[in-house]
Design a protein around this ligand. Structure first.
Ligand code: HEM
Length: 911
């Protein structure tokens, strides 16, 4: 039902006769009731991009055949037909079919869009990029483990070729489902929010048309049973009156070219069909199509800057208002063709349509449009309101005023009908209902395309799409990113009213340069050393969430030294902390273990139960935060909760998190921060702003803490800097944030690295001397570091190790890659001279970091017959994420979205 190439359906039976020979001439109708007299801005502040997106929606569901107008050449579903085409032949023209499941760069299928303003094709290009992003991620994650690196499959060997083709098909079809999910999510977030005027209210509410609905008699309300677009739906979705001034001008240029300068009033349907035929004949393969005067680059893609320019312009250009006498004169021909088509379809009258919708029928032309000039002209053309045909009736009907709950402000009848059709269209789609499952889309894909009501920009999905596909031309808090379907001018008014102006940037985003990747040791060393010429990006980030001084990783090396001296400066203290980690790791291993039948083998999820927990337990002790074992138990946080709170802060300050998540993460951190800082300052005797002396601090400090933990704080408070106890609180926060992330990840990577050599490590670990594992610790930090590198920004134009950099250049220093170039280091000759940037060594001090790591390894590897659990349980589910070079690996969190933190690895050992 509703497949491409089948006839339109009809919703309303025509009973009132509307013979063509009794109806006014379509050209006369256009010149009297439809033709634009002067441009009127859309009253709701909608931008021209809103209608570029609308044009994508309509081209997904309508493509009336020029040969047989009863046939809809595209399917009746929101399936991104303009991107993927309507047949396997269409797909073959846009797919690469090399095992990666991708589309050719920036290519799409629908040639009719080439005539439209460039923002329409640009949006489609972004969906192409999104497809390729999704396909790449699906392969990287490889959820079912059945895909291989296509480079390992030779197309010349028949069996390999068959596997390559089959793999390509699976990835392509899965990515397509996820990408269509994205398209649907944009419709139900950004698009609907503008249609319903919710964006003005700061509301993230949306329709959920897909869910199961149980009726009063307990039966289920139908869904997923199919849809066939109706001729009436096609008629009511012709929104040419909303064309912006700039798009009108652009269209004049296109039509002038298409019809060799023939005046618009003289162009006829035949000219149009001939022109369309000519364009089709001369059209080369989609890989060479261009639009808006763009040229494809060598790799076939368009320049990001040029694409972004079209989109930014379309956001700035106000759309036109709906209503009579507002369709650009250049569209005379397509309106005439539309009127004639509707007559050929034999559609009902406006009043019959209203009756079908349950609306009151109009009894006069003035009731239909209160503008006397329009009403009178229509009356003179049609004679009787019952004769008012659907096309004219919908196009020239009085537009809905700009009131609460109205966003789109089309004619009244359109505003009522559009929602029902949209719901039928999507609820009827089995791919959005019964078959919209994590199995079909994969767990990551299923969550990736969900509308997130808590996303920044009142739940915007388009913002996420822009940041993903044009990352250097959209910024994390711009109104251009998150409210692109509204003009920035109108958003300024709404955000001001909502008191949210300070959260958004109203200016047009400027291009940000891509980070330059540096892999050679000399340049990295020189760059790390010159802290004046290359600054770190951390202080600015930290300042957004942390008040006051003391967050030492963003301070100078003196600030850092005070802390590392306190943490690592006393061998006795380091030893005690090491012992604590050894015994805690052992305890957690025991507590988290399960026993296999027979009682001889124990299993434990070492990541979830031990390596994510040991560091946070020590840090909670140090800060005087009480841990609870269940969310409802007594205490401040469960270890998992504290891990999440702290790792959020780490990601925000030190990592280059996905731009679309920056503002949401910031908001979450700001929400969590008061409780965390309360607990830390409470334990410093700083609650309610009371002034306390250092002695006072010491007496109220950590009443129930072990002495070694007193000692860390005691050693800190010996320094004059910490007379400012709020700075001390921020320093403790920093130790928590850095220690939690770095230690848990470093320990996880090290355990994973050595699991397959557990037999070799066991005798060393069993000696009770953790220093026997020192070399392994260093080698693990070289081969499997928690993070692969760090970012720097050039503060001046300069040349370093023979390479020139300009002020403002962002550099990614790939420390991991540089450390692999070293010759020699091995377990017997450890890489103690390995390159370091910020990280545990810098922030906790090398002696302490190494001690903690070796004690954790000791506790794990002294177990007998240590091995991975079978299958997926014994492997960390991780992958390399090309978009996050600083992360050595990326993982899927419990919600199946991409995260920096591993969640699970089960090991087994003898009891
Ligand atoms: C400047 C922008 C636009 C131009 C130049 C334009 C032009 C055209 C043309 C030439 C046709 C006839 C196509 C054919 O039969 O091959 C057409 C059809 C149509 N237009 Fe537009 N259009 C524009 C924007 C829009 C927008 C924003 C909407 C609504 C959201 C819209 C809705 C439609 C619909 C529903 C059809 C009928 C499609 C079909 O039945 O195949 N158009 N338009």
């Amino acid at each position: 039902m509703g497949k491409a190439g089948t006839p339109y359906s009809r919703s309303v039976q025509q009973t009132h006769a509307l013979p063509k020979n009794k109806l006014p001439d379509p050209g006369l109708i256009f010149d009297t009731l439809l033709k634009r007299e002067g441009f009127k801005e859309h009253p709701g502040g909608l931008s021209s991009l809103m209608f570029a997106f609308a044009a994508l929606v309509i081209h997904s569901v309508f493509r009336t055949s020029h040969r047989d107008p009863n046939i809809n050449e595209t399917s009746s579903y929101v399936d991104l037909g303009p991107l993927y085409g309507n047949s396997v032949e269409d797909q073959n023209r846009i797919r690469v079919r090399d095992g990666y499941g991708t589309l050719h760069p920036d290519v799409f299928s629908e040639d009719r869009l080439l005539l439209l303003p460039p923002a329409v094709c640009t949006l489609l290009v972004l969906f192409n990029r999104n497809h390729n992003y999704i396909a790449a991620k699906l392969l990287e994650i490889n959820e079912r483990g059945n895909w291989v690196d296509p480079k390992t499959l030779s197309p010349d060997v028949p069996a390999s070729k068959a596997k390559l083709i089959a793999q390509d098909e699976e990835i392509f079809q899965t990515a397509r489902l996820v990408n269509c999910g994205w398209f649907g999510s944009v419709v139900f977030s950004d698009y609907f929010s503008c249609i319903l005027g919710l964006v003005r209210e700061g509301s993230n509410w949306s329709l959920s048309p897909f869910e199961e609905i149980r009726l009063d008699d307990h039966t289920l309300f139908e869904r997923g049973k199919g849809n066939v677009c109706s001729v009436e739906f096609n008629c009511l979705y012709r929104w040419h009156a909303t064309t912006s001034r700039e798009d009108e001008k652009y269209t004049e240029g296109v039509f002038n070219h298409l019809f060799d300068g023939k005046p618009v009033a003289e162009v006829n349907a035949n000219d149009f069909k001939m022109a369309a035929y000519k364009v089709q004949q001369t059209q080369k393969e989609p890989t060479s199509w261009t639009f808006g005067g763009l040229k494809r680059q060598e790799d076939g893609s368009f320049s990001d800057a040029e694409l972004a320019n079209f989109l930014h312009n379309a956001t700035e250009h106000p759309a036109g208002a709906f209503g009579a006498r507002h369709t650009p004169p250049v569209m005379r021909l397509n309106e005439i063709m539309g009127i004639e088509l509707n007559r050929k379809w034999g559609v009902c009258s406006l009043n019959e349509f209203r009756k079908y919708l349950g609306l009151k029928t109009y009894s006069s032309f003035l009731e239909w449009n209160s503008n006397p000039e329009i009403a009178r002209a229509a009356e003179l053309l049609y004679g009787d309101i019952e004769n008012l045909e659907l096309y004219t009736g919908l196009q020239a009907e009085e537009a809905k005023p700009f009131v609460d709950g109205a966003g789109l402000c089309p004619g009244y009848t359109v505003s009522r009908a559009i929602l029902s059709d949209a719901i039928a269209l999507t609820r009827g789609d089995r791919f959005f209902t019964h078959d919209f499952t994590p199995y079909n889309l994969t767990a990551w894909g299923f969550q990736d395309c969900q509308r997130d009501p808590n996303a920044f920009g009142f739940g915007s999905t388009l913002g996420r799409l822009f940041l993903r596909t044009l990352p250097h031309h959209y910024t994390e808090n711009s109104v251009y990113t998150f409210f692109p379907l509204m003009t920035p001018g109108s958003m300024k008014v709404h955000l001001k009213k909502l008191n949210l102006l300070n959260e958004y940037d109203l200016s047009r985003p400027k291009e940000q340069s891509e980070a330059i990747v540096i892999k050679d040791q000399d340049t990295i060393l020189a760059t790390l050393k010159d802290t004046t010429a290359f600054s770190t990006p951390y202080s600015a980030k930290a300042a957004r969430i942390i008040e006051g001084k003391g967050f030492y990783p963003t301070g100078n090396s003196n600030d850092q030294k005070i802390v590392t001296d306190a943490l690592s400066g006393s061998p006795e203290l380091v030893r005690k902390i090491g012992d604590y980690f050894y015994s805690t790791t052992n305890k957690l291993l025991a507590n988290g273990s399960f026993t296999l039948v027979g009682g001889k083998t124990n299993g434990v999820d070492v990541v979830r139960r031990v390596l994510r927990v040991a560091p946070v337990t020590w840090l909670a002790n140090l800060a005087g935060i009480s841990l609870k074992s269940t969310p409802d138990g007594e205490g401040d946080y469960t270890p998992d909760e504290l891990f999440d709170v702290l790792s959020d802060i780490y990601s925000f300050v030190f990592l280059n998190i996905e731009p679309a998540k920056v503002m949401v993460t910031q908001a979450r951190i700001k929400k969590n921060m008061p409780k965390l800082m309360d607990r830390i300052t409470d334990n410093l005797g700083l609650a309610n702003g009371t002034k306390v002396t250092v002695n006072g601090i010491m007496s109220t400090l950590f009443k129930h803490k072990k002495p070694e933990h007193h000692e860390v704080i005691h050693r800190l408070t010996e320094n004059a800097f910490y007379k400012d106890r709020y700075a001390l609180a921020n320093t403790i926060l920093a130790i928590l944030v850095v220690g939690n992330a770095e230690l848990s990840l470093a320990a996880t990577n090290a355990v994973d690295l050595y699991l397959d050599q557990a037999k070799d490590l066991q005798p060393l670990a069993a000696t009770n001397d953790a220093s026997k594992l020192l070399n392994h610790v260093y080698e693990a930090l070289r081969l499997a570091p928690p993070f692969a590198g760090v970012y720097r920004e050039a503060t001046t134009d300069q040349t370093v190790a023979g390479r020139s950099f300009q002020k403002g250049d962002r550099l990614f220093l790939d420390i991991f890659a540089a450390n692999q170039q070293k010759t020699g280091p091995s377990i017997s000759k450890p890489a103690q001279d390995l390159l370091r940037a910020e990280g545990a060594f810098e922030y906790l001090g090398e002696p302490l970091t190494v001690e903690i790591m070796s004690q954790i390894l000791r506790a794990v590897f002294e177990k007998k017959d240590l091995a991975r659990a079978p299958g997926d349980s014994g492997r960390i589910q991780r992958f390399q994420d090309a978009s996050r070079p600083e992360c050595h690996y990326a993982y899927l969190n419990h919600g199946h979205s991409i995260a920096e933190w591993p969640t699970s690895l089960t090991i087994m050992h003898s009891t």
